[in-house]
Design a protein around this ligand. Structure first.
Ligand SMILES: Cc1cc2nc3c(=O)[nH]c(=O)nc-3n(C[C@H](O)[C@H](O)[C@H](O)COP(=O)(O)OP(=O)(O)OC[C@H]3O[C@@H](n4cnc5c(N)ncnc54)[C@H](O)[C@@H]3O)c2cc1C
Length: 467
């Protein structure tokens, strides 16, 4: 029997283990996890009738991998799409005024978000020549080049804040938004690519009688996905084990990982599915150059502040997904999700649940503020934007010291260097959200690719030692 050790029981490690056991049933797969539960950044905290997501709020159906995983796990009946209102209405908070975020180009032109010059620039995107070379550029530079300064300041900022809570002038366009770069290459313009693919998607969904373009979760929260995955593994994950080192054991002719104590786990394959900074620490003694490359992948810092209010105490309609505050305002709060408007059963009857994202790349210190100061800042923001004066009836705060990896300029080249270096070590694999996409879909999609690679490796390899 071949042994596989996976370090980290986040969605990357769990979905990899689940996919691998299906295609390589002869393997013994052990998942080792530092925490006492599965899921990593995915967890639903339940208290006083509120269900608070500590990390992601859902996953999109623009890629099929997480929906497919949910179906394979038999969870289709618990799946719920975001409400219609959440799908249709998102807002920007500009000087404490909520302005609907336009859903398309025409809406943008009709809105008063851009000056006439900004609108002309945006319309001209379709006719601007595509770039002839493939050199990486920042998100801000890309949008500025294609659609002008105003669109960059508004659109690039909103796009990046909503997904990465990062800095558009430092993030890599090819690593963060590869599809838009492809559209420029294939169709000559992003807006043309957008209209062609939206048309295709609409036709595909209506031929299958499906509604697409939604965010999804489960009736009782995302926790169900990671708990079910952990339950379905032939070997339950081992919790409460913090791995400190990975090495090649010459006497055994196997890869090995060592935890805090003296316990060592051996495997024909070891997969590091923990965050990049942890992977770097585990590899530091083994290959400093590789560890340095991986350790250079940056993370932002976030605090998630969930607040429950009596519905009657909230004067705003809360009809939608929530709002983003452009980061050039450099406020403590990056945005607020109206959780109980997005999915049902997130708050008890007569209550609403809101979730504020605080800190981020430009204001990391905010995530370290004490609870009282954070609550005060969020309440002040909710007062200004939504008119809420009353005190919350419930709150829950979670701090992510290293929350979301930031794919800075040159990220793809770094990943290529890491992958080249890894070729020296057959049987050692890297997984997780630090390399090929941060969304749940990216993690689950990547897990399937990796499972196939590992199964192929196990089937074909006798024993190979590091070069
Ligand atoms: C606040 C927030 C909101 C987000 N919102 C969304 C969203 O709405 N939609 C979306 O698609 N994505 C979202 N994301 C991104 C998404 O949640 C993550 O990219 C994804 O969950 C990462 O999964 P992972 O398994 O790669 O890493 P993790 O979830 O970080 O899992 C890694 C696991 O490794 C364990 N570990 C670490 N070190 C060790 C060690 N030494 N030994 C053993 N175990 C170890 C950790 O405890 C953890 O369980 C959000 C992320 C955050 C933080």
């Amino acid at each position: 029997m071949k042994k596989v050790i996976i370090v980290g029981a986040g969605i990357s490690g769990l979905s990899l283990a689940y996919r691998l056991q299906a295609i390589f049933p002869d393997g013994v797969i052990t998942v080792l996890e530092r925490l006492g539960r599965p899921g990593g950044t995915i967890w639903t905290h339940r208290q006083d009738g509120f269900s608070v997501e500590l990390g992601p709020n859902g996953f999109l159906d623009n890629k099929p991998s997480t929906l497919a995983l949910s179906h394979d796990l038999g969870l289709e009946r618990q799946l719920i799409p975001a409400s219609d209102a959440a799908r249709r209405f998102r807002y920007l908070c500009l000087q404490n005024r909520l302005v609907p975020l336009p859903g398309g180009l025409i809406d943008f032109i009709q809105s008063d978000l851009l000056s006439w010059r900004g609108k002309v620039n945006l319309l001209c995107e379709r006719f601007r020549r595509p770039r002839s070379h493939a050199k990486d550029e920042t998100v801000d530079a890309f949008v500025r080049r294609r659609a002008g300064r105003e669109a960059a300041e508004l659109l690039a900022d909103a796009l990046v804040t909503g997904i990465y809570a990062g800095d558009p002038s430092r993030l890599s366009m090819t690593a963060c938004f590869p599809r838009l770069v492809e559209w420029e290459k294939i169709y000559g313009s992003v807006s043309k690519g957008l209209s062609v693919t939206s048309r295709q998607r609409r036709a595909d969904s209506s031929s299958r009688g499906e509604r697409r373009g939604s965010m999804w979760s489960f009736a009782d929260g995302l926790r169900l996905l990671v708990e079910t995955l952990a339950d379905r593994l032939k070997l339950r994950p081992v919790y409460g084990v913090c791995i400190r080192q990975v090495f090649w054991s010459r006497p055994q002719g196997l890869w090995a990982v060592r935890g805090d104590g003296q316990e060592v786990w051996y495997g024909d394959v070891v997969v590091l599915a923990c965050p990049a900074y942890q992977q770097a620490a585990l590899l530091a003694d083994f290959d400093t150059e590789l560890a340095n490359e991986i350790g250079a992948i940056a993370y932002n810092r976030l605090a998630v502040v969930a607040l429950g209010f009596r519905r009657d105490d909230v004067p705003h309609h809360l009809n939608g997904f929530g709002y983003i505050i452009p980061q050039r305002a450099r406020t403590e709060v990056l945005g607020v999700q109206w959780c109980s408007s997005i999915y049902p059963r997130r708050a008890p009857g007569g209550m609403v649940l809101l979730r504020a994202m605080c800190g981020g790349w430009n204001r990391p210190e905010v995530a370290g503020w004490e609870d009282d100061r954070l609550l005060q800042a969020v309440r002040a923001q909710l007062h200004d934007a939504l008119g809420i004066v009353a005190a919350p009836v419930f709150h829950h705060i979670v701090r992510w010291d290293r929350a979301i990896p930031q794919y800075l300029l040159g990220h793809r080249e770094r990943v290529a260097r890491v992958e080249r270096r890894l070729q020296k070590y057959p049987g050692l694999f890297l997984a997780g959200n630090a390399y090929h996409g941060v969304a749940l879909n990216d993690c689950t999609e990547r897990a399937s690719v990796l499972a196939a690679d590992i199964a192929r490796y196990l089937k074909n390899s006798g024993h190979r030692s590091p070069k």
